[in-house]
Design a protein around this ligand. Structure first.
Ligand code: ZN
Length: 335
């Protein structure tokens, strides 16, 4: 990677290291793991716009977590859940019409606005109430679409709907992995899902499935999948125990999963676990916890996104097959 070094007065190669940082925001001390770039000629610190942007994002995530403010991905979930646009949502709430847009662009909401948005996300009845009360503020079309989305949510909680919709998607990737890996233990399966999610986001710009993983002692874990296969313990999941239905994957989905199988499934579950332990998302989420301390903390999807987007650029990956450079490098770091 190349950047301009003030001291050398020249374009230079630089390397990036992780560093624990602290920043005071609104009188509160926020700790986060950021990055620093160093000139490889003079070893002085170097300004790199990408590194600064990365640090701002990490700080933003840490601040929101500490203050329990709604995250960008939760706001996105509101729009998706209720099929409502950013502007109509702002108008329904009696806010400035670009308020939600600003929040999606990383402006930090006030505690009060954040609480309102959280209530909307988790309480469809509240959303329905606001929609009816303020329907004259938005177009008939926007109203109708949102109303229909609310009707579908029905009596169940939003969380339940999330889970139902999730199921089909992540399960088909699990099936595909079980079908195409020579052998896979529950531990390895979790890590493969994690890499598939991370690299799909880095290469395709979208999350492959909505499920969140948690930062357990042995690495990232998708809880529902864990419960499904936990009886296998440390043994490979036997084919006969899996009900293979039809697996419909798109080309990009298939390419990325195949590459993860080629480049990661060759390692044992334990090795994959160690790999995830040296990566930022799991480490940052478990900050302050002891090695064997149980935690159900969710690894923020944005942390995963930032990390794998960063890896893609750091390793100059052009094709999905380039993830081999990363997996071999990680493996070398372990021993
Ligand atoms: Zn320099």
């Amino acid at each position: 990677m190349i950047g301009f070094c003030e001291k050398c007065h020249d374009m230079v190669e630089y390397s990036v290291k992780e560093e624990k940082k602290t920043k005071i925001i609104k009188g509160k001390e926020i700790k986060y793991t950021g990055r620093v770039a160093f000139c490889s000629e003079c070893e002085d610190e170097l300004f790199v716009a990408d590194v600064r942007d990365y640090n701002l994002q990490m700080l933003d995530i840490a601040f929101r977590e500490q203050e329990k403010l709604i995250s960008v991905s939760e706001i996105e979930s509101i729009l998706e859940r209720y099929k409502i646009g950013k502007r109509p949502l702002s108008l329904l709430l009696g806010w400035g019409e670009v308020t939600v847009t600003r929040y999606l662009n990383r402006d930090i909401p006030t505690k009060q606005y954040s609480e309102t948005l959280k209530k909307i996300l988790y309480d469809p009845n509240y959303m329905a109430e606001i929609l009816e009360k303020n329907k004259e503020k938005i177009t008939t079309h926007a109203y109708t679409v949102c109303k229909q989305a609310l009707e579908k949510i029905d009596n169940g909680t939003v969380q339940k709907t999330f889970e139902l919709e999730n199921e089909g998607k992540i399960d088909s990737f699990v099936k595909y992995l079980l079908n195409n890996c020579a052998e896979v233990t529950p531990l390895a399966l979790q890590k493969l899902l994690y890499y598939v999610q991370g690299f799909y986001k880095a290469f395709q710009g979208e999350y492959l499935f909505k499920d969140d993983c948690e930062a357990w002692v042995h690495g990232p874990v998708y809880r529902n999948i864990y419960y499904k296969y936990k009886d296998h313990g440390y043994n490979p999941i036997e084919e006969s125990n899996v009900n293979y239905g039809e697996i419909n994957l798109s080309m990009p989905e298939k390419e990325i999963i195949d590459s993860v199988i080629t480049n990661f499934a060759c390692y044992s579950g334990k090795v994959l676990e160690k790999m995830t332990h040296i990566e930022t998302p799991w480490r940052v989420t478990r900050r302050g916890l002891g090695d064997n301390e149980v935690s159900d903390m969710i690894i923020n999807k944005e942390l995963i996104a930032n990390y794998f987007v960063g890896i893609k650029s750091k390793y100059n990956m052009l094709n999905i097959s380039d993830i081999r450079d990363y997996s071999t490098d990680l493996f070398k770091k372990l021993f």
